[in-house]
Design a protein around this ligand. Structure first.
Ligand code: BEZ
Ligand code: FE2
Length: 405
């Protein structure tokens, strides 16, 4: 048994003083340090520094490790220029992205306190890394392919990757399914993949309504995607509509990534069906996709996470860099309310979305814990979320299932 005594403890989405936490692999008790010492006289005691805060381990629901080799190669500013640059450089970027590069990505997340992440895996190249990394991984095997001529081969490759990930459950992997997007997945395989997720109760995710070009293509078959599909796929009509695609997920709660270009009506539908959203603010800004109206999500009570996306559309996988990005992008949302919401959206909210047994400091939850030191005393408990976001580059200590990493 270990007892950790921080200055502040994040419980029930609020900050508290005089709350120490006793844990083994799970959280055993939360009480004053005196009571815990009496209850567990033989426990090891960790006393936090003067302005320390104990958080549950952070959760990054959406990252693409297989694109970790990108630094300055890809074109930013506009979605279609970016997509063209991905296609032009994909082979080299994938080849350069070996286990060492991907483990560094995992470690960068870990240093920022991320103890669980959702890996969107396009090729299965990241499976070994995800099995090796100390973090828990929701491994989203991605299905792609809009052209009927290739979908069977791509689908069978997807099934093989899914099977491989199922063999890694003992290494901290949770098998899951990701749909690449409405424009890139044929409805025939879309339905098959969704049915697997339903039958096997696997977490399900999909990129949706990321760019203005995507919306225009799905609505009218026009715009920048038209020449893209003519050039690369010799087709000139979209395989689905926005409403047909969204309706395919009616009976299974799904984690939709981006949704920047969604209308109010579409967001209302998402709310009604119990779906959630992965919000990637820096990726959206860098790819010219716009700004997600988070005030609408708050109004509609749509759960959303804050996630980094991959290094193909970001400059770091540090979750606090992402929160600082969100804080600046959403300039009209109340600063303190937004700070508190952002912390919630990398802890308890994504834990519920991904159905993992962490993300909260609560008895019987996994002892995934992060200790952070503020450089000075915060003015009030109400300031701690904001000051944590502003001042944290790296966390001080990390525990996963009670084991210090
Ligand atoms: C496709 O397979 O249809 C596709 C892949 C990437 C981008 C767009 C479409
Ligand atoms: Fe993504």
């Amino acid at each position: 048994m270990t007892i950790i005594e921080p200055t502040y403890t994040y419980i029930d989405n609020k900050f508290h003083t005089n709350r120490a936490v006793a844990f083994s692999t799970t959280i055993e008790a939360i009480d004053s340090i005196e009571n815990l010492k009496t209850k567990y006289p033989d426990a090891d005691i960790i006393k936090g520094e003067e302005n320390s805060i104990l958080y549950p381990g952070f959760i990054n629901t959406h990252v693409h490790l297989e694109f970790s080799a990108n630094k300055t190669t890809l074109q930013y500013g506009d979605f279609m220029s970016w997509l063209d640059s991905v296609i032009a450089n994909r082979d080299r970027l994938i080849q350069e992205c070996d286990n060492k590069v991907m483990l560094k990505s995992c470690n960068d997340m870990l240093e920022s306190g991320v103890t669980t992440f959702g890996a969107i895996s396009s090729f299965g190249k990241d499976l070994e890394t995800c099995a090796k990394t100390p973090q828990k991984v929701i491994f989203f095997n991605e299905i792609i392919g809009s052209n009927m001529a290739y979908v069977d081969a791509l689908y069978s490759d997807f099934l093989n990757r899914l099977d491989e990930s199922k063999k890694m459950i003992d290494s901290g992997i949770t098998p899951a399914i990701a749909i690449h997007s409405p424009y890139s997945v044929h409805p025939v395989v879309l339905k098959r993949a969704i049915n697997i997720a339903k039958d096997e109760k696997l977490p399900l995710s999909a990129h949706l309504l990321e760019s203005p070009a995507e919306r225009e293509w799905l609505e009218s078959g026009e715009g920048e995607f038209l020449s893209f599909f003519q050039k690369y796929f010799n087709t000139s009509t979209p395989v689905t509509t926005i409403s047909e695609f969204i309706k395919s997920f009616d009976d299974i709660d799904t984690h939709f990534t981006h949704m920047v270009q969604a209308t109010n009506k579409e967001l209302e539908y998402i709310a009604q069906k119990g779906h959630s959203i992965a919000h990637c603010p820096r990726s959206n800004r860098l790819l010219g996709c716009g700004r997600l109206e988070i005030n609408k999500l708050i109004e509609l009570d749509i759960p959303f996470s804050v996630a980094t996306d991959g290094l193909s559309s970001n400059s770091s996988l540090n979750i606090f860099d992402e929160l600082r990005g969100a804080l600046m992008l959403h300039y009209s949302t109340s600063l303190k309310e937004l700070s508190n919401l952002l912390i919630k959206n990398i802890t308890s909210t994504p834990a519920k979305i991904l159905r993992v047994d962490s993300g909260e400091i609560k008895e019987s939850k996994s002892a995934d814990l992060v200790l952070i030191n503020l450089p000075d005393r915060p003015n009030s408990l109400d300031d701690i979320a904001l000051q944590t976001i502003l001042h944290t580059k790296k966390v001080d200590r990390v525990f996963i299932d009670g084991k210090e990493i």
